[in-house]
Write a new protein. Structure first.
Length: 250
């Protein structure tokens, strides 16, 4: 496993108590970073901290990323516990239900959009402000191949992840004059608890679209993220990095 010199860095990983986020937390800790896990599930947070061995390099905070005040309070707590945040990995998100647009519940649509894109806005808005003041930062927003191609019966998820891609490109351009890199990744599906929100038919559809013939592993995603948040990634910003196993056409 490659490691990067992150010993002087403080990271926030949203949705970091499980799945992709947890794999990223493990990888950043292995490279010497201090990490604050932001998650809405207190039980998952407690379990994650226990598995990681606790200690002074990691802390867990219950955060509702759809609530700007909750995000602002978490940012203050994180800085008080670990120091100024120089790395943000925004992994929190939901899949939502699988249904055609004409049958999609309005409440479900609003829920997916609120978490996946409004939450992304809130977290980036608060954390990047400090990065601008300190003239250093690395941001990775987790989008999806669905945001590039659009999956049938997943319009809310696809639309929200397309919005994450466009948001990332805009913020990357806004901060390009600083030593800040803001990028997105577009992984294919990984076998995490998000599968619990999907129908088997939809899972089978996603697998059939991947030329490699398997789902991406969370460790593979974390490997790419760990370079993107390192100081070595000093030029690329506003970009989208593919992790689709050959599915993406651009």
């Amino acid at each position: 496993m490659n490691q990067y010199g992150l010993s002087a860095q403080v990271a926030v990983v949203t949705g970091g108590a499980q799945g992709i986020g947890y794999a990223v937390v493990e990888r950043l800790l292995a490279s010497g970073a201090k990490v604050a896990i932001w998650d809405k599930d207190p039980d998952a947070l407690e379990e994650a901290i226990e598995r990681l061995g606790g200690g002074g390099n990691v802390c867990g905070l219950k955060v509702n990323i759809t609530d700007l005040q909750s995000v602002e309070e978490a940012a203050v707590q994180t800085e008080n516990k670990l120091g100024p945040v120089s790395i943000l990995v925004n992994s929190a998100g939901i899949a939502g239900e699988n249904a055609p647009v004409v049958d999609y519940a309005e409440s479900e649509w609003k829920k997916v959009i609120d978490i996946n894109i409004n939450g992304t806005f809130n977290v980036n808005k608060v954390i990047v402000a400090g990065m601008i003041n300190r003239d250093y930062g690395r941001v990775v927003n987790v989008a999806s191949i669905a945001g590039k191609e659009g999956n049938p019966n997943a319009a809310a998820y696809s639309a929200s992840k397309a919005a994450v891609i466009a948001f990332t490109k805009s913020l990357g351009k806004e901060t390009a004059g600083k030593n800040i890199s803001v990028n997105a990744i577009t992984p294919a599906a990984a076998k995490t608890k998000i599968f619990d929100q999907m129908s088997q038919q939809h899972i089978d559809y996603m697998l059939a679209k991947i030329p490699r013939g398997r789902f991406v592993q969370v460790a593979e995603i974390a490997a790419m993220v760990s370079w993107l948040v390192s100081s070595e990634n000093s030029f690329t910003t506003g970009a989208v990095f593919d992790l689709s196993g050959g599915r993406a056409t651009y």
